[in-house]
Design a protein around this ligand. Sequence first.
Ligand code: ZN
Length: 220
Amino acid sequence: MGWRRLFFLSVLVTVFSACAEWQDLPVQIYVDTRFSDLEQEGIADAVAEWNRQAGCRYAYGDVVLEIAGTVTDDFTERDYEDGVHVIYRISNPIEAEQYLQNVYGGADSTLGNATLADVILIMYNFDRFMIELEAEQCERSAQLGYDNQNLQASLDRFRFHFVRNLALHELGHLLGLLHHNDRPGVMNDDGLSFLSGSEFLTDADLDAFCLIYDCCCNRL
Ligand SMILES: [Zn+2]
């Protein structure tokens, strides 16, 4: 490697280490009780995916995220940077706007956001979409003579995957990961995992994890 290349590499590494923010692992997470049981299952599955994939590379243990319990409070301004990591279910636009104003100075977001402090899943847009989808599917299944039990099961599955994959992406931000755009993955900015087809953490995501945290070996 020529000195010039080495120089540029060292500059790059310095920039990375100056920007990198990390958590003490495992991160203890509290889940908003306003999530339904099904949605909580989706979040638990996203946490399990991080532990399964990043946990087997992390040098100091198998667990990178841990669900420590639930919280019942609505999000308020005081909750940001209180040291407690919460996944909030934001159920109305005012609450979302308040959060985004406090944290980002008014960023525009429709599905979710996360910092090293907290995660918010903005569910009102999705709930509205689900109501429309349910009405449409009900009408269609009535026309086709399907029974509504199957319909409910498929809507439940859809909701589970939506919350799971949204949480999977936002938990990456909670861990300190930024978006990467060159390779497919959960943290790819082109689309969330459920839109881009990456339901599982990819090598690109895990490489991003290992830029921040010590990884020693793939224990798979
Ligand atoms: Zn993101």
